[in-house]
Design a protein around this ligand. Structure first.
Ligand code: IYR
Length: 228
């Protein structure tokens, strides 16, 4: 590996992957078609998934770019039934309050086609829960140093986590109990870590159903300003 000193810091030669134009067009189209098959699935089977698979998925998420390369995240992977049950109980208590008064009428109406409610059986049934924590600051020699662009960094890592789950042939959903400080307590996280997202991971049930959603067309999500 070729190493070059740039402003006093070692840099590695980046190995570019070269595709000809046709190959690039075909690769990007097939990646899109594959990504478009990903769905949020709530019917998750209790069929076990090996720890090795979960480790690879987490390692993939941890390749995400982050502010000043601080990698300000911790992924807690839980397959212990007692801990999953504790998380389910606490999440459902919060969600019950949310669905019975904390969420607006408009919000509840928007969720009707998706069919969510305060019941979260998948938190016990899924073989794994991945609870993502963001590290708002690092503790170095007893001094606190804030991390940079933490929400952006952890959001990108979660996107990669979800893509890696899809790539393994598994499913997940982004569960967002609110408030979710119970996760810090149950998982005994230090005070520089805040819960960010809770993702049950597993196989889709043999017969699982997802809402008949349509994704926006390109012209609804993109604006081009072309030169040349
Ligand atoms: N946090 C709740 C409610 C919820 C909110 C949105 I926005 C969704 O797209 C789905 C659910 C829950 O996880 O059920």
């Amino acid at each position: 590996m070729k190493i070059k000193d740039i402003k006093g810091f070692p840099h590695l030669r980046y190995e570019r992957e070269d595709y000809d134009l046709k190959e690039m067009e075909s690769r990007s189209a097939s990646f899109y078609n594959w990504a478009d098959k990903r769905r949020t699935v709530r019917d998750i089977s209790d069929k076990p998934v090996s720890r090795q698979v979960i480790e690879n998925i987490i390692l993939t998420a941890s390749t995400a770019p982050s502010g000043a390369h601080k990698q300000p995240w911790t992924f807690c992977a839980v397959s212990d039934l007692e801990i999953k049950s504790e998380i389910r109980k606490a999440a459902e208590a919060e969600e019950y309050e949310s669905y019975h008064g904390r969420m607006s009428e408009r919000w509840l109406k928007d969720l009707e086609p998706i069919g969510t409610d305060w019941n979260k059986p998948f938190l016990e049934r899924a073989p794994w829960l991945i609870v993502v924590f963001k590290k708002v600051y690092e503790v170095e020699k007893e001094t606190k140093a804030n991390n940079y662009y933490v929400n952006e960094s952890v959001g990108i890592a979660c996107g990669m986590l979800i893509t890696a789950i899809h790539h393994a042939g598994l499913v997940t959903l982004t569960h967002t109990p609110s408030p979710m400080n119970f996760l810090s307590k149950i998982l005994n996280r230090p005070s520089n870590e805040r819960p960010f997202l809770l993702l049950p991971v597993g196989y889709a049930e043999e017969e699982a159903y997802v809402p008949d959603l349509k994704r926006k067309d390109l012209n609804e999500v993109a604006v081009f300003f072309e030169g040349m």
